[in-house]
Design a protein around this ligand. Sequence first.
Ligand SMILES: CC(C)(COP(=O)(O)OP(=O)(O)OC[C@H]1O[C@@H](n2cnc3c(N)ncnc32)[C@H](O)[C@@H]1OP(=O)(O)O)[C@@H](O)C(=O)NCCC(=O)NCCS
Length: 169
Amino acid sequence: MPGEKSDLMEAAVASAVRKQFGRHMVALRRMSDDEIADVATLEQQLFDPPWSADSFRAELHNTVSTTVVLQSDGRIIGYAVVWLIGDEMEIIKIAVAPPFRNQGIASWTLELMLERARRHHVSHVFIHVRRSNASAIHLYEKYGFTTQGKRLDYYAAPREDALLMVAKI
Ligand SMILES: CC(C)(COP(=O)(O)OP(=O)(O)OC[C@H]1O[C@@H](n2cnc3c(N)ncnc32)[C@H](O)[C@@H]1OP(=O)(O)O)[C@@H](O)C(=O)NCCC(=O)NCCS
């Protein structure tokens, strides 16, 4: 149902799900208001232009949004924002801090999102990605996303096209 916020991901993030990645135990759970400052700081390092703290705060009150953090040893090491609207899901953001990359943490996060999509009988999952973002494109292709279109000059700083990638569930 549009905006419904209960399912596996919901249950998982309420109580946190955990997985070991190398020597790091990583927890995934719903973002709380007092974590927004740390998330916004990480966001500034990872995205240009970055979302503001207020943008993340708005997501916490957005009924179609599930906004989660990835945490290890008490530090925020990543986050994700996903919208579920009717039978469509859009992955708005997924990010992992550089020292924690290439260990499968984003893959695990994406798997949980796709599991959520299946539970909600989602037909399509959408994501926009910079066309130069090879690691993200590789990640999405690994999970069955294919490029369905291009959005010219979708991003600023630097100006760049987006690929619209879609996975059929
Ligand atoms: C994209 C991102 C979330 C991936 O996080 P991650 O935890 O490193 O992802 P994973 O380890 O699960 O998977 C990364 C995959 O990309 C591959 N990869 C890494 N660098 C690559 C490159 N330059 N070209 C192609 N593939 C690459 C890895 O080998 C891995 O694939 P594999 O599982 O087949 O070995 C992370 O790089 C990031 O936060 N980037 C900045 C924010 C961003 O661009 N987010 C996506 C758009 S919203």
